[in-house]
Write a protein that binds this ligand. Structure first.
Ligand code: B12
Length: 307
């Protein structure tokens, strides 16, 4: 089997890249020969080897093509690393249409491009959320667009996995913990928040959708986070007993999302918008440090074990 040339960051050969991107090898060769976008390394047998940066550029190329850019422009834009001039309504239209066609491949390119160009917060607020709201409204009006909703949600989640670099959680100091309430499957809003936090370099741990209470408790015991952000999209998933239990153990918990509003019912602050939650989560470590420097009473009982 062919191996990558020594001492280069190249890791994937043409067949692997074709599979990862869903683009035929012959097309990859054409892009490379015509537009100079492709593998940055060749081995002694003149075989192409692609690095992570090469893959990112090719993903953007694919996303720009799906937005209707001519190939030459798409290649030069991807190579220059900027496509900020695509207006949000064009992104909304192309992502909405790719979701309607259930085209995960086109969505991957479009979403990678949006995330690389706009970052997570703007991609969410000005591109993905409007498409999801539209799908939700159409579903309410009796249109069967559930498959498009699932396809887009899955593609967005996968694009975030590519966008956010892997980190070894064990090495993080005082990370904010983000989790969906135990019954909550609408995880995308809080996963977007996680990506936005990580873009700023803030240490954060993301636990995913429908997180059992005992998992939250165990992670909290391990990481001692300055804040747990507990997300709930609908009132049926707002888990008030879990919120109280964590707080009773001295853990700072911020209920986030529209689901908490009727549940907490009153003066309790809820992070209702993405920007609120980003502010609260970003400031949590600084606030925790300030509190730690004040003279304080003994900490209450350890985090309860819910098993
Ligand atoms: C995508 C989606 C799904 C996907 C979720 C995929 C995923 N991985 O996240 C799937 C298909 C799994 C799904 C499942 C279900 N869904 Co759904 N879903 C949606 C949809 C289309 C978008 C959800 C979303 O991400 N909203 C966020 C953005 C796009 O909406 P928004 O209004 O702009 O958001 C506001 C706030 O949430 C806030 N905000 C936005 N982002 C963020 C981020 C943070 C961190 C914060 C703090 C705030 C915040 O700002 C906005 C202004 O207030 C909504 C429709 C909608 N309009 O929301 C329905 C919707 C939420 N779903 C609904 C329902 C009923 C369900 C199901 C029960 C359906 C079923 N019978 O199985 C299940 C629920 C399962 C469960 N236990 O959780 C209903 C909820 C009604 C209600 N209030 O109870 C909605 C509203 C659709 C409808 N009928 O109108 N769903």
């Amino acid at each position: 089997m062919a191996v990558p040339p020594a001492r280069t960051p190249a890791r994937w050969n043409s067949a692997q890249v074709a599979e990862i991107l869903g683009v035929p090898q012959v097309t990859l060769r054409t892009w490379d020969n015509r537009y100079g976008i492709g593998a940055s390394h060749r081995d002694s047998g003149d075989r192409r080897w692609y690095s992570a940066a090469d893959l990112d550029r090719l993903r953007r190329m694919r996303g720009l093509l799906a937005q209707g850019y001519p190939a030459r422009t798409a290649a030069s834009t991807a190579l220059a690393g900027t496509a900020a001039d695509v207006p949000p309504h064009a992104r909304i239209a192309s992502i909405g249409s790719a979701a309607g066609r259930l085209s995960s491949g086109a969505l991957a390119g479009l979403l990678d491009d949006a995330l690389a160009t706009l970052g997570a917060a703007r991609t969410w607020g000005s591109v993905i959320a409007p498409v999801l709201r539209d799908l939700g409204d159409r579903w309410n009006d009796g249109e069967d667009c559930m498959a498009a909703e699932w396809t887009l949600s899955a593609a967005a989640s996968a694009a975030l996995d590519r966008h956010v670099p892997v980190v070894d959680e064990a090495s993080l100091a005082e990370p904010v913990v983000l989790a969906c309430s135990p019954g909550e499957r609408h995880e995308l809003p809080v996963k977007m928040l996680y990506a936005a936090l990580r873009e700023t370099g803030a240490p954060a741990v993301y636990l995913g959708g429908m997180v059992p209470g005992q998992v939250v408790s165990e992670v909290v015991r391990r990481f001692r986070p300055p804040l747990v952000l507990l997300w709930s999209m609908t009132s049926s998933t707002a888990d008030l007993p879990l919120l109280r239990e964590l707080r009773g153990a001295g853990i700072g918990v911020c209920p986030a999302g529209p689901g908490w509003v009727p549940a907490v019912n009153g003066p309790e602050p809820v992070a209702e918008t993405f920007d609120d939650a980003l502010r609260v989560a970003s400031g949590a470590r600084a606030r925790a440090r300030a509190v730690a420097q004040r003279p304080r009473r003994r900490r209450s009982s350890p985090v309860p074990n819910r098993r």
